[in-house]
Design a protein around this ligand. Sequence first.
Ligand code: ZN
Length: 255
Amino acid sequence: MTVITTAQEGASALAEVIRGAERILAFTGAGISTECGVPDFRSPGSPWMVNKPIPYEAFLASAEVRREAWRRKFTMDDHYRGARPGRGHRALARLHEEGRLIGVVTQNIDGLHLASGIPAERIVELHGNGTYATCLDCGLRHELADIRPVFEATGAAPVCQDCRGPVKSATVSFGQAMPEQAMRKALAMVAACDVFIAIGSSLVVQPAARLPVMARQTGAELVILNGEPTPVDAVSNLVVRADIGDVLEAATVPQ
Ligand SMILES: [Zn+2]
């Protein structure tokens, strides 16, 4: 394991790894989006964690809880409405354009990888997506722009126009199972990659902690790019502890 703590040296080392790679898998967490103004909602000490998260069961059980969930959802959205892909997202989009990126597995719900130009089929959103909503009964997609004015006018939690089922932000709630299809797709990408780059994730919760280790076990080179140490550092090939945007931009922009 090599540990580098300056952005410039980290970028050179990462650029070297990228040059030799044909099937890069990027795994991203909140750290890639902080420069875009998206708060790290789930981090300890985040103002969003003062309210205990609403478990999935409670959401299903009560219209009152659904109203509260939607009230909080729109309050949070106001804090990152208009967020645009940052240097890290754009760097990954460049790797996609060069044909070196097999996919992005993300813990983020901000939709910024899609906004950066990486096609949806290359993106696995383990925690879902907060930029739209779905009916929990029939799966129909609902747009937040349609839901919000009605919610603000009536104060009632939205229901599906087709089946009257409860409509929820398309994120994975506490207590809600990780989507199976997303997990399967993530595992297939892990098995197929030759380089796994974990970016801006503390790699503590599952499956974030497990996927890089699996990639390493199947012979991929493992790079960790994060501001803080992670539990996976010890088994990785390269650890860069520096600013994520600085490192990814310098490592991917042609010199
Ligand atoms: Zn429905």
